[in-house]
Design a protein around this ligand. Structure first.
Ligand SMILES: Nc1ncnc2c1ncn2[C@@H]1O[C@H](COP(=O)(O)OP(=O)(O)OP(=O)(O)O)[C@@H](O)[C@H]1O
Ligand SMILES: N[C@@H](CCO)C(=O)O
Length: 314
């Protein structure tokens, strides 16, 4: 990017992680978006366009800018400052990958403004290093279902487009930080438990890739890695599970670190599952979310597209 008058758009999807037993290795991109419109400027400025974004700093201490600067610095580059307009549909600290979306937006910003020419694989490596695991990060970069292993040495992630299932998210009216939700996890697991947990994750994946959603649902109820330990933090999980399984949903799981609960259902059952959940949990948001099979996206806007943006400061 060179011309001062150019305006760019970075769009990053939300994500759900784990799907039950796929702890820290399976993620799915969802159709809620973090959007950053921006252009070069003489200093860093971050302008919130949605209410939740207004809690974050308006200068270069903003997380998205920090990630962008660190990414560029790892290639020996210093980024030209930008004015950024940030809006997000992704609720914060609810298990829908808000932190990973901010990280991926920062990496896309560095890539665009610093002309780093990163591949998706490189973006995902950076994002997984910042986030610590590849499930949300990979889903936000690649879109679709991602399956990955992230270690200090390398990050291997594959992504698959997903169709043929409906996703309903039950989003509580309180936050749960990933850090707090990870603090209740044990340091070790008995060998047999680990084998059963790993087998459930393998069958979950085989079920997804064969479109056997009934089997996927069964495996979602077979997590050994995190949900049993997080149950005390998310008492609504068991209640929601009971309601939606009675309604004929395929399965439920904690979305990421919670507190959101994810339900997978057929197109036929989606309406009745949403009605029951809305009635029984009036304080929670019950939303059908689309699956995003495209991942993060950047574009330089045309003059016509720029004229349509009513928030731009002259
Ligand atoms: N757009 C953003 N700009 C700056 N910081 C953000 C942004 N989005 C998220 N964050 C930071 O990430 C925190 C939430 O991250 P956390 O990992 O706890 O939850 P999550 O990513 O929403 O859920 P999960 O990781 O379970 O899917 C917020 O409290 C905030 O500090
Ligand atoms: N796999 C992660 C996702 C949340 O960042 C967890 O469940 O803690």
């Amino acid at each position: 990017m060179s011309a001062d008058s150019e305006m760019f758009l970075i769009r990053v999807p939300a994500s759900t992680a784990n799907l039950g037993p796929g702890f820290d290795s399976i993620g799915l991109a969802l159709g809620l978006y973090l959007e950053v419109h921006g252009s070069l400027s003489d200093h860093w400025e971050v302008i919130p366009l949605s209410e939740e974004m207004s809690v974050f700093p308006g200068d270069d201490s903003n997380y998205i800018v920090q990630i962008a600067k660190k990414t560029a610095a790892s290639y020996g580059k210093e980024l030209s400052p930008c004015r950024l307009y940030v809006s997000s549909e992704i609720p914060l600290a609810r298990g829908l990958g808000s932190s990973a979306s901010a990280i991926v937006a920062g990496i896309e910003l560095a890539n665009l403004v610093g002309e780093l020419h990163l591949s998706d694989e490189e973006k995902n490596r950076h994002a997984s290093l910042f986030e610590g695991h590849p499930d949300n990060a990979g889903a936000s970069v690649y879109g679709g279902l991602v399956v990955g292993l992230h270690t200090e040495e390398r990050t291997d992630v594959l992504s698959f487009p997903i169709e043929g299932v409906k996703v309903i998210a039950v989003i509580p009216n309180f936050e749960l930080l990933t850090e707090d939700s990870r603090n209740v996890l044990p340091n070790s697991l008995p060998y047999k438990e680990a084998i059963n947990g790993s087998a459930a994750a393998n069958v979950l994946l085989a079920g997804i890739l064969s479109n056997d959603w009934n089997l996927v649902g069964k495996m979602m109820q077979n997590d050994r890695f995190h949900q049993p330990y997080r149950a005390g933090l998310v008492p609504h999980l068991a209640q929601i599970e009971e309601v939606v399984l009675n309604e004929g949903a395929y399965g439920t799981a904690l979305s990421g670190a919670g507190p959101t609960v994810l339900c997978l259902v057929s197109a036929e059952k989606a309406g009745s599952v949403i009605s029951s959940l809305t009635e029984i949990f009036p304080d929670f948001q019950v939303k059908e979310l689309q699956i995003d099979n495209d991942g993060s996206h950047t574009a330089i806007l045309s003059e016509e597209e720029k004229k349509e943006l009513n928030f731009i400061k002259s």
